[in-house]
Design a protein around this ligand. Structure first.
Ligand SMILES: Nc1ncnc2c1ncn2[C@@H]1O[C@H](COP(=O)(O)OP(=O)(O)OP(=O)(O)O)[C@@H](O)[C@H]1O
Length: 258
């Protein structure tokens, strides 16, 4: 097992309000970790600590064995993909320039490498090459989201952080994007942390599901285990309320509607 992200005794407080309590977690390289919990439970905070957008109040966070307190955060962020809900594309740049933005910073003298990265990730996200010259306002919501993901991946990061990336797209596009992301994960072996409100999405996509409530881990396990052996009443309620057990065997799923 190769740990790529390690949270060690992490707490986070705003004023005298502690919102993350002594978080201890190891994430293995290649896992697709979906993070689920009620609103305000700390999901985004846990995610944003990985690229240093939020600093813990105490404890240490290690990425590839290095305490992120000891690394250059700008450099770290260039090597960790980050995709969030809605379109965060640069509106005045074409699709190609948006996707090429970070690779150009990294491969300053190697234009061919950047061109290859743009083509590769557009292809991987099912974006037709004819869209390269368009501006974000000339794309559909689903296309904008695909470009956002291609941009997050274009620097070939080992880690991809995603905060409700499909929250603003319609159901059909959402299902398609989920399937594409799952295939992409399989193909690349990249480590993904993915925040969602949707337990079905968490179960469908994750190789591991992290359930958080009020700044504490309720369960960190495979989707199958979360469904069949919920560790706490909170997890039980979460899965019971929402899951239709679409991607596990009915026999493993106590709440199956089969
Ligand atoms: N800058 C801040 N100042 C004070 N409190 C904050 C700040 N940022 C977040 N919080 C609080 O920290 C807690 C966790 O926030 P976080 O955004 O991580 O939750 P979340 O689980 O991602 O929520 P949601 O699902 O609603 O997006 C919440 O109670 C929130 O109000």
């Amino acid at each position: 097992m190769n740990t790529i992200i390690k949270y060690e005794h992490i707490t986070k407080s705003y004023g005298d309000h502690e919102i993350i309590h002594d978080l201890e977690l190891k994430i293995e390289a290649g896992d697709f970790v979906t993070i689920i919990g009620s609103s305000g439970s700390g999901k985004t905070t846990v995610l944003k600590m990985v690229n240093g957008l939020i600093k813990p109040t105490s404890g240490h966070l290690y990425v590839e064995g290095k305490d992120i307190n000891d690394v250059d955060l700008i450099d770290l962020r260039r090597h960790i993909g980050y995709a969030i809900q809605g379109s965060v594309l640069f509106p005045h740049m074409t699709v190609e320039d948006n996707i090429a933005y970070v690779p150009r910073l990294i491969n300053a003298n190697d234009k061919e490498k950047t061109r290859e990265a743009v083509n590769r990730w557009m292809n991987m996200m099912n974006l037709d090459a004819s869209l390269k010259e368009r501006y974000p306002s000339e794309l559909s919501g689903g296309q904008q989201q695909r470009v956002g993901i291609a941009r997050a991946l274009a620097a070939s990061p080992k880690i991809l952080l995603m905060d409700e990336p499909f929250g603003a797209v319609d159901a059909i596009n959402r299902t398609q994007l989920q399937d594409e992301l799952k295939a992409l994960h399989k193909k690349t072996g990249i480590t993904i942390l993915f925040v969602t409100h949707d337990i079905e999405e968490a179960i469908k996509l994750g190789t591991k599901v992290l359930v958080i409530d009020q700044g504490r881990i309720e369960q960190y396990d495979t989707p199958d285990k979360v469904l069949s052996q919920p560790a706490t009443p909170f997890v039980e309620k979460l899965v019971k309320r929402q899951v239709r057990c679409t991607n596990v065997q009915a026999s493993n799923c106590p709440y199956s509607t089969y």
